[in-house]
Design a protein around this ligand. Structure first.
Ligand SMILES: Nc1ncnc2c1ncn2[C@@H]1O[C@H](COP(=O)(O)OP(=O)(O)OP(=O)(O)O)[C@@H](O)[C@H]1O
Length: 607
């Protein structure tokens, strides 16, 4: 650090100034974060999808940028010798004082941790210096002078149809509805059906979060209906039709459908939230089984999600006794994957060296994982949490796992007393590897399950393609099956953009020698892909082949891949619905629906 330009200040003053600098850094971050969410609304109104996607991607990096800016300011302003342990202790105390009355205190605490962890050695990562435990409660934030987090409507007074119309018009979207009365009538019908003819009780009301949730081409109204002891959530997606007018596209009332909308395999929502903890609190009443960490993450507050996840993980460790083991399935060539049986996540470590045919580096693999973090995951790629220096109790690791770690990733492993520190890893939701799922289904003689797995597998590939992702390695072991039976891709080291790939037919042999050749006689460039060869790797099993050819035979043709690539290059952004087609209101065609929707795509999002 540079020499301080001014005479040495009192340590308490230094601590106060540091705390101030960090909080200023956080406030700037959150101001920009909110601005991005406000602009998302304009992108939606003007159907500016390419820019909207770009803005959503850029927002993911805001946090790290602000943390690094803040670290830089502190390094420039203070000399190491001024920053004693007591200064850091006092900094935390001053910071706590400054958070009284703050609207995002939990996020500000996390930001403090991020800045301090960049500056301090990890021996300082305990509650004296950083917020290992949260200090400020978010439960009683004074929201009186703020806009309310949610609005309440009373259908018993105004009539359900009128209330529903007001809910939608209150958002004041600067865009014309094609036929709002028609859509409201359909929405009313669905809600009345769900209410089941119960008479209105004195507490009959509809609560709706005050701001819309934006993602891809959709804006979502999120709320719940209360009548007596009955309470149920609902989400209404608003889309543009092909004339660039707005339509209410559906209403999601089913718990599973709403859970899927907020899934870990999707891009983060853009929502303008003054008090994010109040949004999380509301959403938890709709999704009681979703941990708070996942709700923060899906709202784009992924660092808060990461912090809460880590706290949950430490709690889990305290209350269990099982051991970390190598994850079931075929071992990876580039990743060492382990899991704790009682915990629904896997831990992935990049190996130090990779056998042939892998030609990659740790830096390239990290880049691919980062690409996925920033990309629209369209419900088909698992989100990952990236951590540095994670400490595990050694006694919870199996001997085999320790031996594998020391063999495959010695540069990332360090022992410190009774702890094993892993310098870098990814954490991801645990799924059943598709190869295991299919062989279990076959062993059980369950053809319906095999068919389901194959349909889902092909659909996952189609949706990845729609999002401009070529999975690279399409073997079943690289896909997992979620608890809802959806197939999701998780092996990112070979992914490429579809637009970077060159899809080719295998050339006709020129002569007999070509025909007999064991090796390809034609030249192959780095990004060349031969779809007709996929069958050789994927369709060795007769049952799988039968179902694959029934539902997805076109994936083996160059034309399929080439035509999708062309659409993307023409600037077409595909519609990928995070809810099933059958719940869509009648007469609603999306603005840019694929020209022909194959029938099996109808169920694409039926997670
Ligand atoms: N999210 C997950 N849930 C359950 N198991 C997983 C998960 N991710 C990975 N695995 C298991 O770990 C194995 C290796 O993981 P992964 O495919 O990410 O590694 P890799 O080294 O990139 O593989 P490859 O050698 O195909 O490149 C998988 O085949 C699977 O058995």
């Amino acid at each position: 650090m540079k020499q301080a330009a001014f005479p040495k200040l009192l340590s308490s003053q230094i601590a106060f100034d540091i705390a101030h600098t960090i909080l200023d850094g956080f406030d700037k971050h959150y101001r920009l974060f909110r601005q991005a969410s406000q602009v998302a609304r304009q992108h939606f109104e003007t159907a500016n999808w390419t820019v909207a996607q770009q803005a959503a991607r850029e927002r993911i990096d805001f946090y790290d940028k602000r943390v690094l800016e803040c670290v830089q300011v502190l390094e420039d302003e203070y000399d190491d010798s001024e920053l004693s342990d007591s200064v850091w202790r006092e900094t935390k105390l001053h910071y706590i004082g400054m958070l009284s009355g703050h609207k995002q205190p939990e996020l500000a605490e996390t930001f403090f941790n991020s800045v301090c962890c960049n500056i301090l050695h990890r021996t300082y990562f305990h509650n004296d210096f950083i917020f290992v435990r949260p200090v400020i409660s978010t439960e009683y934030i004074d929201t009186e002078e703020l806009l309310p987090t949610y609005r309440v409507y009373y259908p018993a007074t105004d009539g359900l149809r009128f209330s529903l119309k007001r809910i939608v018009t209150n958002f004041q979207l600067n865009c014309k509805f094609a036929n709002l009365d028609r859509d409201i009538a359909q929405l009313e019908e669905c809600l009345l059906h769900k209410l089941g003819g119960d008479a209105p009780e004195p507490n009959y009301q509809i609560q709706v979060l005050s701001n819309l949730f934006f993602r891809n081409k959709g804006a979502y109204v999120v709320g719940k209906v209360i009548n007596g002891t009955q309470e149920f959530p609902f989400v209404v997606p608003i889309l543009h039709n092909r004339h660039c007018e707005l339509v209410l596209d559906a209403v999601l009332l089913d718990h599973a459908q709403i859970t899927i909308l907020f899934s870990f395999t999707r891009a983060y929502f853009m929502v303008d939230m003054e008090v994010p903890s109040a949004y999380v609190q509301f959403l938890r009443t709709l999704l009681p089984r979703k941990p708070r960490s996942e709700i923060y993450t899906i709202l784009g507050l992924q660092k808060q999600g990461k912090t809460l996840f880590y706290r949950d993980y430490l709690q889990h460790l305290k209350h269990t006794a099982d051991r970390f083991e190598i994850a079931p399935g075929i071992r990876g060539l580039v990743m060492l994957v382990f899991a704790l049986p009682s915990f629904p996540y896997v831990f992935k470590v990049i190996k130090d060296f990779f056998p042939a045919p892998k030609e990659t580096t740790r830096a390239q693999i990290k880049e691919k994982y980062l690409l996925v973090k920033h990309h629209d995951r369209v419900g088909r790629m698992a989100d990952t949490l990236e951590y540095s220096n994670v400490a595990f109790p050694v006694e919870r690791f199996s001997e085999e796992l320790i031996a594998e770690l020391l063999h495959h990733a010695p540069s990332l492993v360090e022992f410190e007393g009774d702890r094993i520190i892993i310098r870098h890893l990814y954490i991801e939701r645990r799924m059943v590897p598709l190869n295991i799922f299919l062989s279990n289904a076959e062993a059980a003689g369950n053809d319906a399950l095999i068919e389901h797995g194959v349909i889902e597998y092909g659909n996952a590939i189609r949706e990845l393609v729609a999002a401009n992702i070529f999975p690279g390695d399409m073997l079943y072991k690289n896909f997992g099956v979620t608890r809802q039976g959806r197939v999701v891709f998780y092996d990112y080291d070979e992914i490429e953009y579809i637009t970077d790939c060159n899809f080719r037919d295998i050339p006709q042999p020129r002569n007999e020698e070509d025909e007999m050749s064991a090796e390809p006689w034609y030249s192959i460039a780095k990004h060349d892909v031969f779809p007709e060869q996929f069958g050789a790797f994927l369709l060795g099993n007769a049952k799988i082949k039968q179902y694959f050819m029934k539902h997805h035979a076109e994936l083996l043709t160059k034309d399929f891949w080439q035509s999708r690539k062309q659409r993307i290059m023409d600037g077409f952004i595909e519609d990928v619905f995070p809810y099933p087609q059958h719940i869509r209101f009648r007469n609603q065609a999306p603005a840019f629906a694929p020209a022909t929707t194959p029938p099996h795509l109808e169920n694409l999002n039926n997670e």
